[in-house]
Design a protein around this ligand. Structure first.
Ligand SMILES: [Fe+2]
Length: 209
């Protein structure tokens, strides 16, 4: 994972996603009562979800569960039904941190858009960790909560508007993309008409073997 992601095409397409994830690392305990989330495009959904806000359009760059105190380290995306023209886009947080500066990002305080269980937690966009950083970004669900947060918000948005993402298509059953969720930002391309049957399995991993 030196590059922050790994992509393997056609990886045991007949094997269950949980078995593949267990071979790669340690899946996180189930949340929302399932280990594997089945991602399908939705033109309408609850308003507090990406699908509710963006429908079949492009999702903005984000890290997953950025409002958690400690977001899941890895996410594994596995194609069930895919298309070459719906790439997953990735940008490297290392480049982002360098551009916006570690100083600004580690001092930038953000808060979840809405309190969870009545409590509001404050989160840094970037936290130093033993083996690097934990970077979080979600322009929908996190809002700046300090002056440096405002500056960081603006700079990250500017950088994202100009960056050149990597483009990886989960096109065939078994295509498997493992993402370091503390480092890489990802986004979904728009869903063209007639491609609403796209299906991707997602599973979070706390560590790799
Ligand atoms: Fe995501």
């Amino acid at each position: 994972m030196r590059r922050g992601y790994a992509f393997v095409q056609d990886y045991y397409p007949d094997t269950d996603t949980v078995a593949v994830a267990q071979a790669v690392g340690q899946p996180l305990l189930p949340w929302e009562d399932r280990l594997v989330q089945k991602l399908v495009p939705r033109s309408s959904a609850p308003p507090n979800t990406y699908s509710g806000i963006y429908g079949l359009g492009r999702f903005p760059f984000h890290t997953d569960l950025a409002h958690w105190r400690l977001p899941p380290r890895y996410l594994l995306l596995r194609c069930v039904t895919g298309y070459a023209d719906i790439p997953t886009l990735l940008v490297d947080g290392h480049t982002l941190i360098e551009a916006v500066t570690p100083d600004i990002l580690t001092r930038a305080i953000f808060k979840p858009r809405r309190p969870r269980n009545g409590t509001l937690i404050l989160l840094r966009l970037c936290e130093p960790k033993d083996d690097g950083h934990c970077l979080r970004w979600d322009e929908v669900f996190l809002k700046p909560a300090s002056k440096i947060g405002d500056i960081a918000d603006l700079r990250v948005r500017e950088w994202l508007a100009e960056c050149t993402p990597l483009s990886i298509a989960l096109a065939r059953a078994g295509d498997t993309l493992l993402i370091d969720n503390w480092r890489m930002l990802h986004a979904r391309s728009p869903i063209p008409a007639g491609r609403e049957d796209r299906k991707i399995d997602r599973i979070y991993l706390g560590s790799l073997h």
